[in-house]
Write a protein that binds this ligand. Structure first.
Ligand SMILES: Cc1cc2nc3c(=O)[nH]c(=O)nc-3n(C[C@H](O)[C@H](O)[C@H](O)COP(=O)(O)OP(=O)(O)OC[C@H]3O[C@@H](n4cnc5c(N)ncnc54)[C@H](O)[C@@H]3O)c2cc1C
Length: 434
């Protein structure tokens, strides 16, 4: 899948798409802004002139949402549904009276972005440094930029940390002072919290408005993108009348648990870093070694903790396990088609549901009607050569997969589930009405 934002490939906007081979997490790695991004946003704002600050009051009239605005004069917006991606302080969330579930991680961190202006020997990777004197993170973003994040120690103020003198001394052991220029420094409070409710009637919370995470897994913005991708395929099915509005109840069912798992994992990783640093400090000072929290074990990169599946909603719940295919994102190999062209598998799948089989798939009349109505693509992977990456082993074993438009596996055939029954179960889960 090529990721796009505002109609442009994310790579052109300073992001890169990654897929972690250790834990299977798909993520977009943000990079510090550069001139190309500035130029893009200047152009974007020229073509999208209207900006408004949404009033915190949400009014509903005849089942439609209305919002009045402030800055640019009073206007009314009418919409069938509202997706509030208005950030961690979300005025919409507050207006709806939705509270937070706190997952217990509040720490101040200094984030420093620099531009490297001379040849340097910095590593080209992400490192979590469990230094007993100060936990910190190093991120090799897009050249020529690099990022560090430093946890504030007890008694340190934001004003002190933001002084260039402080920043230079923090970077001293990493790279010579004349090798970089500071581009941006800010102190953030990292939180771990999930909104109590993700939907009230026709209003949905998404992004930081619905969840906040410490950034150790790089999953904050990525979780937000998963939220809107989830709604982006469900809303058209409801608005077109093909599916009942109750399909949208699956939004919170799917996204809440998934985001919760990832935020908890990031919190565990934060605690793991603290534990390693505290252990080193205790060894150095000849003190008793601290106990590690059980949930922190195996929370480091490549230690075996896997990305979570969705466990309820539009998925064959009985097939979801800690290692199956159902509920998980399909990997994206590069394949060669019969014309000899190399393409990403997601591009082949297109924007709708898909049945993927190894060998020709056959359907009964009801399934054929659903395939036509929902524009389900049918792909026989035996006609493709995998150039890079892999597809689930289930396919080689003769089973077929049914994919959702967001590339999560809805379910697969097995001795008890035929392809036709899989499509029937999909129609039921979607609250498909015609
Ligand atoms: C140090 C740091 C490192 C991070 N690293 C990563 C990473 O590696 N990977 C990752 O995926 N994520 C990362 N994140 C998290 C990521 O930045 C956020 O999750 C993401 O920006 C949230 O996007 P959002 O659109 O939900 O909210 P925001 O980016 O906060 O956007 C909300 C928007 O709503 C607007 N708004 C608010 N109120 C109103 C109103 N009343 N009317 C109109 N507009 C309004 C705001 O102006 C803003 O533009 C990091 C965060 C931090 C702090």
């Amino acid at each position: 899948m090529q990721m796009q934002m505002n109609g442009l490939p994310i790579e052109k906007q300073g992001y890169r798409f990654e897929h972690c081979s250790d834990c299977g997490l798909a993520y977009v790695a943000p990079m510090p802004e550069d001139e190309a991004i500035h130029a893009f946003y200047q152009d974007y704002h020229k073509s999208h002139q209207y900006q408004a600050k949404l009033a915190s009051k949400i009014r509903r009239a005849r089942n439609r949402i209305r919002q009045a605005t402030g800055d640019a004069g009073e206007i009314s917006l009418r919409a069938n549904y509202l997706i509030a991606c208005d950030g961690a302080n979300s005025p919409t969330r507050k207006a709806l009276g939705v509270g937070w579930r706190d997952l217990g991680y509040d720490q101040d961190w200094l984030v420093v972005d620099v531009e490297m202006i001379r040849p340097h020997a910095l590593p080209n990777e992400v490192l979590q440094i469990c230094d007993p004197d100060r936990i910190h993170t190093f991120i090799a973003t897009k050249d020529p930029y690099r990022r560090w994040e430093f946890q504030l120690n007890d008694g340190e103020s934001a004003a002190h940390m933001l002084k260039h003198q402080t920043i230079h001394s923090l970077l001293e052991t990493w790279t010579p002072r004349d090798s970089y220029r500071i581009r941006r420094a800010a102190v953030y409070q990292f939180h771990a919290a999930i909104a109590d409710q993700w939907q009230q009637g026709r209003v949905f919370l998404a992004g930081d408005a619905a969840h906040q995470t410490p950034p150790f897994l790089g999953q904050g913005m990525n979780s937000g993108m998963r939220d809107v991708i989830n709604l982006a395929w469900k809303l058209p099915l409801v608005l077109s009348g093909q599916c009942a509005p109750s399909l949208l109840d699956s939004y919170q069912a799917e996204r809440d648990d998934h985001a919760h798992d990832l935020v908890s994992w990031a919190v565990d990783m934060g605690h793991l870093m603290q534990h390693v640093a505290a252990t080193e400090a205790a060894e150095r000072d000849g003190e008793e070694l601290p106990q590690m929290q059980q949930t922190s074990q195996k929370s480091g990169y490549g230690q075996g903790r896997e990305q979570p599946p969705i466990r309820s909603g539009v998925v064959m719940t009985a097939q979801v396990s800690n290692e199956g295919a159902s509920g998980y994102l399909l990997p994206q190999p590069i394949v060669r088609n019969s014309n000899g062209e190399e393409i990403r598998f997601d591009d082949l799948l297109g924007a709708h549901f898909a049945v993927v089989s190894h060998g020709p798939a056959r359907f009964d009349a009801a399934s054929t009607a659903a395939i036509n109505a929902l524009k389900i693509k049918v792909i026989d992977v035996s006609t493709l050569e995998i150039v890079h990456g892999k597809l689930p082993d289930l396919l080689q074993a003769g089973e077929a997969l049914l994919l959702r438009p967001d590339r999560l596996v809805f379910g697969h055939t097995d001795p008890d589930v035929t392809l036709d029954s899989l499509l029937t179960r999909l129609a039921e889960s979607l609250h498909y009405s015609r």
